[in-house]
Design a protein around this ligand. Structure first.
Ligand code: T1G
Length: 709
């Protein structure tokens, strides 16, 4: 990230007695060791220079400062520390102005708070998002922010991690002036000149007392925050943020800084920080697929969607929300009207919530049209097929697309498991066929699997990634196999859960364990939400190719044979009162479970929550390793991002592969080898896992190797 040695990362120029200190560490001017050393040297130079009457600190490029350099976390600390640099800036006897454009986040905002005045452009974004990395503001943010804006707003910023716009920051008192002119250097210098002209004194945030004057109000806000963080189950840093802000109210600044540092060090050492930092970089690394490095995306303006069912309608909304023009194709007028009403209902819902106006809805739907003939797609740049999951039906659709679409149009299928190579081969342009696997509800779920068949052109894959960025989705490149990355791994850990149920565990204690681990819901609650009939259809489809020696649990089928599909039928694994989405454990289900055990000749046994967790995660990790080894996923981090954004894996655990690294691969392998004693067919250790353990390596070693290849 550091520019070549030629261009210093901090540059100082003096104009009319004003020193302009510019950070030049693209792309986000992260406060790396070199930048901190450069700032320290610059401040020493300008405060000693009698010609300098004021200092303006500015970032070059799109951003002021994106924070401390996250890539340096975990590395030995190099002086000066960021708190020291901030202290040097604040204690300057010459006015220091922070001139902010783009992002001022984390350590970047803390540095600005140590300056005496802050000016920002209209489009600037400010925030203390350290909590999203399992941290707290560790360069004075927990001590200076409350002194400037009070504990309530300061805690909101630090506990939410949200980025606020310049106008809101001005209302909060975080900054002093918003410029409409985006030339931040000129605005910063102008601000310095006017402050000098008014003989404005330096103003040190650490010495401010006004915002904390009403102690009981400040304490009330802290107490409320302490209650709120108790709800953030399992998260490490939020409570420590509250402790640090309590110190800002109770202790002198210097003592508060000592406590802040101690709490910061605790957070850095927590596995949650490692997991959240991993997630931060992983969701950026997934964008770097070979095809996106090698090819330019094709332009996307006019998009076709085949099918107005739940997925087709959700995909259409996602495209419309991104400002694209959409044509929905359905087999007849009735089906088309249903598809169009599904789309309209989403916007009606937003209007009811006051998040969209009737005019807004009309503007959006003005870009949405429907047809019952494929000829309407002659000018489409991309067509996404979302029809019934049947190969013959898919091929018929692609034959029509092959007939009507213009050369260079991208033909995509939203299938969640069918062989995309076979679909591509059925057209005259397999090089233009790709898989775009959305997750339901498609306009809300962030994950988009970009499935890469054998004959596809790189620019078609790159177009899929570009579409994902336009739709604000997180794309993951996946190879072609049954279930791609996500559903393939889901099938395995769900099977592990079913085995545990048949062996004696209750489906309800498994769901509880999974929620305890941090997922929003367990596999049986998830099945009831999605509909048990979907899994049932998958099991029936796979019956033909299932290994006859493989263990098969019939419990889920028994529920489906009774029509107990879940929320949509009022009962599944749970019972649902009319209108309720909260299920109650169902004793009749446990009777069916006992009958299945008896039929299988199994004497049930008890499981500790720990064993349930180890088996559930081991199944996920083991299949994840196979998916990576087969190249279905490029790297372990692609598996992590898939599970984080598509399957509710708790972000503060980093994803299954990161979790496995933190637990230790030898432990995971030992567990699998122990489980294999009872079921060697299901628990075959992934050769990649065995190899990494033998080599004393972890999954992250593969992330690093492949990312730098
Ligand atoms: N450190 C290192 N690398 C960073 C970085 C950072 N703080 N921020 C971004 N990058 C890299 C990123 O990985 C990517 O790399 C490239 O820059 C562009 O990022 C003491 C300890 C600023 C809003 O949490 O939210 O300060 O993939 O694609 O969409 O209290 O980056 O190109 O190789 O996201 O324009 C607190 C993190 C740190 C903000 C820009 N700061 N960054 O978004 O670009 S902790 C944050 C962002 C801290 C102190 C504590 C966003 C952005 P590559 P990008 P973008």
């Amino acid at each position: 990230m550091e520019p070549s040695s030629a261009t210093p990362v901090v540059q100082t120029t003096v104009r009319d007695h004003i020193a302009l200190v510019t950070l030049c560490n693209q792309p986000v001017n992260a406060l790396s060791t070199a930048v901190r050393q450069g700032l320290q040297a610059a401040m020493t130079q300008v405060t000693a220079d009698p010609e300098v009457h004021a200092v303006v600190i500015v970032g070059s490029g799109r951003h002021f400062i994106g924070g401390a350099d996250i890539r340096e976390f975990g590395l030995p600390r190099q002086p000066p520390s960021l708190p020291e640099v901030c202290q040097q800036i604040e204690s300057s006897d010459k006015l220091v102005i922070a001139a902010i454009q783009g992002s001022a986040l984390g350590g970047g905002l803390e540095l600005a708070l140590s300056a005496h005045y802050r000016v920002a452009t209209e489009s600037a974004r400010l925030g203390l998002p350290e909590v999203a990395l399992g941290l707290l503001p560790g360069a004075g943010g927990t001590q200076r922010t409350p002194r400037l804006i009070g504990t309530e707003v300061a805690l909101d910023l630090m506990l939410s991690g949200r980025h606020v716009g310049a106008r809101e920051a001005l209302r909060m008192g975080l900054i002093d002036h918003v410029t409409t002119d985006e030339d931040i250097v000129a605005e910063g210098l102008a601000c310095a000149r006017s402050l000098l002209a008014d003989s404005t004194p330096v103003r040190r945030t650490s010495e401010m007392t006004e915002a904390l004057a009403d102690r009981s109000a400040q304490q009330t806000a802290i107490d409320a925050a302490r209650v709120a963080v108790q709800k953030k189950r399992g998260l490490f840093s939020p409570a420590r943020i509250v402790d640090a802000v309590q110190a800002a109210l109770d202790l002198p600044f210097a003592q508060g800084m000592v406590l802040e540092q101690a709490l910061f060090d605790q957070c850095v050492a927590s596995p949650q920080c490692a997991s959240l930092v991993h997630a931060f970089f992983a969701e950026r690394e997934v964008l770097k697929a070979p095809e996106t490095q090698a090819a330019q995306a094709r332009p996307l303006r006019q998009i076709g969607v085949i099918g107005g069912g739940t997925m087709g309608a959700g995909i259409a909304v996602s495209l419309l929300d991104a400002g694209l023009r959409v044509t929905m194709i359905e087999r007849d007028d009735a089906a088309l009207a249903l598809g169009q009403s599904r789309v309209a209902q989403v916007y009606d819902g937003l209007i009811r919530k006051g998040r969209l106006s009737d005019e807004g809805k009309a503007d959006i739907l003005a870009r949405f049209k429907g047809a019952t003939t494929y000829d309407a797609l002659g000018d489409a740049d991309l067509v996404i097929e979302a029809v019934f999951e049947d190969m013959a039906v898919k091929k018929a659709v692609f034959a029509e697309l092959d007939r009507v679409c213009q050369p260079g149009a991208v033909l995509a299928t939203n299938t969640s498991y069918l062989d995309i190579n076979e679909i591509a081969r059925s057209t005259s342009r397999p090089q233009d066929v790709v898989g775009l696997h959305f997750f339901s509800p498609a306009h809300l779920m962030k994950l988009l699997e970009i499935v890469v068949p054998a004959q596809v052109n790189a620019d078609v894959v790159a177009t899929g990634f570009a579409l994902a960025r336009q739709l604000k989705k997180v794309p993951v490149r996946a190879g072609v196999c049954d279930g791609f990355i996500g559903n393939r791994i889901l099938a395995v850990y769900r099977t592990a859960a079913d085995h545990m149920v048949e062996d004696g565990a209750s489906p309800y204690e498994i769901d509880q364990m999974v929620r305890q681990f941090g997922f929003p819901m367990g596999p049986y609650e998830m099945s009831d939400l999605a509909g048990g009939d979907i899994g049932w259809a998958t099991r029936k489809r796979r019956a033909a190719t299932r290994d006859p020696k493989a263990r098969y649990v019939h419990i889920a089928d028994a529920l489906c044979e009774r029509g107990w599909f879940g929320q949509k039928t009022g009962r599944g694994w749970y019972r649902y009162e009319a209108g309720s989405r909260t299920g109650q454990p169902d004793p009749e289900v446990l009777v069916i479970v006992d009958q299945a055990r008896a039929q299988a000749g199994i004497t049930p046994r008890s499981f500790t929550p720990q064993e349930l967790e180890r088996r559930y995660l081991a199944a996920m990790v083991n299949e994840g390793a196979k998916v990576v080894a087969e190249g279905i996923a490029l790297r372990p981090l692609d598996v992590d991002v898939t599970l984080l954004y598509g399957y509710g894996f708790p972000r503060h655990k980093g994803g299954p592969m990161k979790h496995a690294d933190l637990v230790g691969l030898p432990q995971i392998l030992a567990d699998i080898q122990a489980f294999a004693k009872q079921d060697p067919l299901f628990w075959q250790p992934a050769p990649l896992l065995v190899q990494l353990v033998q080599e004393g390596k972890d999954f992250d070693s593969l992330n690093r190797r492949k990312s730098h290849a």
